[in-house]
Design a binder for this molecule. Structure first.
Ligand SMILES: Nc1nc2c(c(=O)[nH]1)N[C@@H](CN(C=O)c1ccc(C(=O)N[C@@H](CCC(=O)O)C(=O)O)cc1)CN2
Length: 287
C-alpha cells in the first residue's frame, strides 16, 4: 500500500481563497481585520513561522501588526507589549509565538491577553469555552488537522484516534475537539509515560504524532490503512529537520500528511480563520 497524501498546502489554499471573500465583505462594512504577532528572541523556526503568518495575511487582505523583543526581554517587558496589543484598535486578533524563552512564565503571558483577541485559541477562556461547547476561537493545529481529514473524506465519526504528545498547542486540546458530538471520535492520549506505545498505536484508525521525536512512529506500529498525521518537527544528528513519522509508514498507512506541506499550512490557515471570525463577531456586536 502507498498512502494517499493529506495535502495541507492545497487544502490551506482553498480555505484562504474563501477567507479572502469574507475579508472583502468585512472591509465593505468598514471593518479591517488585523493580526498581531509577538515574537520574543530570534529562534530561526519561530522567526520563519511568524513571517509565514504575515505572508498569509497579505494574501487574504488581513493587516499585519508585528512586535518583536530580544531573547533577553523580561516578563514585565513582554507583558507590556501584550497590554499594548490588547489596547491597539488596529489589532483585532493576535498571537504570542511559542515557545517563549526559558525563565518566562508562559501561562501568565497567555492569561494577560484579551480573550476577545485570542487568535490562537490558547487563552484559558478559549480552552474553557471549548470544554463547555461554546463558540470561540479553536486551537489552530488541532482544528487544522480536523479540516485536513474532512477535506480528504477521512472518516472521523467513530474512529479511534491515538494522539502522541501532551503539549499545549496540539496534544492537550485535540481530544476536546475530536470528542465533540460533531466529530464523535474516541481519543487515546499517549506521551513519554505511556508504557507500550506501539500497542496503543496499533489500535488507531487515525494517529496524530506530535511528540517532537524524529521518526518515532515506525511502520510496524501502524494498522494498515490508518490515517497518519505528522505534526512533530525536530532535528536529526546531522541537524536536518525531521518529522515524527518514519518514511516507511507511507507503505502501510492509507493516508499520510507530508511534513512539510501537511499540518503546518493548515495551522496557519486556521489562524486566519480565527482572525476573520473574531472580526465578524465584533462587527455583529457593533450592529
Ligand atoms: N502561538 C503559537 N506558537 C506555536 C504554534 C501555534 O499554533 N501558536 N505552533 C507551532 C509552530 N507553528 C505556528 O506557530 C507552525 C509550525 C509550522 C508551520 C508550517 O507552515 N510549516 C511548514 C514548513 C515550514 C518550513 O519550511 O520550515 C510546513 O509544515 O509545510 C506553521 C506554523 C509552535 N509554536
Amino acid at each position: 500500500m502507498t498512502a494517499q497524501i493529506l495535502d495541507g498546502k492545497a487544502t490551506a489554499a482553498a480555505i484562504k481563497s474563501a477567507l479572502k471573500t469574507r475579508v472583502e465583505a468585512l472591509q465593505a462594512k468598514g471593518v479591517q481585520p488585523g493580526l498581531g504577532t509577538l515574537l520574543v528572541g530570534d529562534d530561526p523556526g519561530s522567526t520563519w513561522y511568524v513571517a509565514g503568518k504575515h505572508r498569509d495575511c497579505a494574501q487574504v487582505g488581513i493587516a499585519s501588526i508585528r512586535r518583536e523583543l530580544p531573547d533577553t526581554a523580561t516578563q514585565e517587558e513582554i507583558e507590556a507589549v501584550v497590554r499594548e496589543l490588547n489596547e491597539d484598535p488596529e489589532c483585532t486578533g493576535y498571537i504570542v509565538q511559542l515557545p517563549l524563552p526559558k525563565g518566562i512564565d508562559t501561562n501568565r503571558v497567555l492569561e494577560l491577553m484579551d480573550p476577545a483577541k485570542d487568535a490562537d485559541g490558547l487563552h484559558p477562556m478559549s480552552l474553557g469555552r471549548l470544554v463547555l461547547g461554546e463558540p470561540g476561537p479553536l486551537p489552530c493545529t488541532p482544528y487544522g488537522i480536523i479540516q485536513l481529514l474532512r477535506h480528504h473524506d477521512v472518516a472521523i465519526d467513530g474512529a479511534h484516534v491515538v494522539v502522541v504528545g501532551r503539549g499545549i498547542t496540539v496534544g492537550r486540546s485535540i481530544g476536546l475537539l475530536l470528542t465533540r458530538k460533531s466529530e464523535n471520535a474516541t481519543v487515546t492520549l499517549c506521551h513519554t509515560g505511556t508504557r507500550d506505545l506501539p500497542a496503543a498505536l496499533r489500535q488507531a484508525d487515525i494517529i496524530v504524532a506530535a511528540a517532537g521525536v524524529g521518526h518515532l512512529i515506525k511502520p510496524e506500529y501502524v494498522k494498515p490503512g490508518a490515517a497518519v498525521l505528522d505534526v512533530g518537527v525536530s532535528r536529526d544528528g546531522e541537524g536536518k529537520i525531521v518529522g515524527d513519522v518514519d518514511p516507511g509508514v507511507a507503505e502501510v498507512a492509507g493516508w499520510l500528511s507530508p511534513n512539510p506541506g501537511g499540518v503546518g499550512p493548515m495551522t496557519r490557515a486556521q489562524l486566519l480563520v480565527n482572525v476573520v471570525e473574531a472580526a465578524e463577531r465584533a462587527a455583529r456586536a457593533q450592529g
